[in-house]
Every structure is written in structure tokens, then in C-alpha cells.
Design a protein around this ligand. Structure first.
Ligand code: S3P
Length: 181
């Protein structure tokens, strides 16, 4: 059974949309950041501070592998998950990947009250958001479907995604009952 995977920049709405989708579709929700934290017994900030980003990326890759072996789950991911090719391969193996997009200003407005995120602990977080978004845009574009979150409610975004997901799932099930020549 297919997974529904959400990728996108920090503050693009993965967590809220993921919760809503999990309720709408009656699927369990898993979050790769939470898997990293529970498997390491440390918070993301602690991992970055003690071991640096590349160690975090290794733990994240392991968490992605664990999540991608589940079935019929909504998988919400950390914003940098797209940076490793292997992660996208794992996530697409049994999942439909939806990318959530937003402008740098919208992202900054959404996360300015939660600047605990290690990558945004800088003098000018808005500038940092712009830089990282530009750098990562081609990676987010590798999602199977991109959804803009601008001027939409969590409910609207979730409706849009769930309809596409259900169509893909139906087509997938149908294709299992066809005789290939
Ligand atoms: C990161 C995003 C964070 C978390 C870590 C790194 C990133 O997750 O994985 O701080 O590189 O964009 P959220 O997107 O859930 O904030």
C-alpha cells in the first residue's frame, strides 16, 4: 500500500498538512525528524550542535529508510531530506512524493517565532531562507507533484493532495491487474 510523502522547506506546512491528511485519509503519520530524535535520544538541535550537519544527514538517511519500508503512511520529512539522492529513491520506492512550496517571505513569517531551527540561527534568517531556497529549489522539484501553499488553508492544500493521491493509488491498483505482453 502506497505511502504519501511530504517534502518541502522548513515552514512550508508539512507538519500541519501531514496531520490533516492523516485524519482525512485515515493513515498513520510518521515524521523523519521524530524518528531521528527517538532513535538517537537527542533533539535535532543537540545533534547539530554536538556532531554537525553531516552526522545529522546520516541519521536522517537511516530514518528515511525506516519510514520508506512502512506502508500506507503519511510521511512528513525534514526540509533537507531532498538533498540526498538516496533519500528520494527510498521515498519514491513505495510512495507518492508531494512537494510543498511557499515564498521566502511566507516561510519567514511562519517560522520567525520558532527560530530554534539550527540552520536558521543566523544574523539574518530571511536572507538565509532565500539562499537555501534558491539552492534547494531544483531538489524539491524532484517531487512527483508540486503544490503551492500560497494563500491556501491547510484544509485546501490537504484536499488538493488527497485527491491526487487517491487517483494515483487507484491507477496503481488497476495496473496490478493487467496482463503485460
Ligand atoms: C532542516 C529542516 C528541519 C530539520 C533540520 C534540518 C533542513 O525540519 O530536519 O533542522 O535542512 O531544512 P523541518 O523542515 O521539519 O523544520
Amino acid at each position: 500500500m502506497l505511502n504519501l510523502v511530504l517534502v518541502g522547506f522548513m515552514g512550508s506546512g508539512k507538519t500541519s498538512v501531514g496531520k490533516q491528511l492523516s485524519n482525512m485519509l485515515n493513515m498513520n503519520l510518521v515524521d523523519t525528524d521524530e524518528i531521528v530524535e527517538s532513535q538517537s535520544g537527542m533533539s535535532i538541535s543537540e545533534i547539530f550542535a554536538k556532531f554537525g550537519e553531516s552526522h545529522f544527514r546520516d541519521l536522517e538517511q537511516k530514518a528515511v529508510e525506516v519510514a520508506s519500508n512502512l506502508e500506507n503512511c503519511v510521511i512528513s520529512t525534514g526540509g533537507g531530506v531532498v538533498l540526498r539522492k538516496k533519500n528520494m529513491e527510498f521515498l519514491k520506492k513505495n510512495g507518492v512524493v508531494f512537494g510543498l512550496s511557499a515564498t521566502p517571505e511566507e516561510i519567514y513569517n511562519r517560522i520567525s517565532s520558532e527560530l530554534h531551527r539550527p540552520l536558521l540561527k543566523t544574523e539574518n534568517p530571511l536572507e538565509k531562507v532565500k539562499q537555501l531556497l534558491e539552492l534547494r529549489a531544483p531538489y524539491y522539484d524532484q517531487a512527483d507533484y508540486m503544490t503551492s501553499t500560497s494563500n491556501k488553508s491547510v484544509h485546501e492544500i490537504s484536499e488538493e493532495i488527497s485527491q491526487i493521491f487517491l487517483e494515483v493509488k487507484r491507477a496503481n491498483e488497476r495496473s496490478k491487474c493487467s496482463i503485460s505482453e
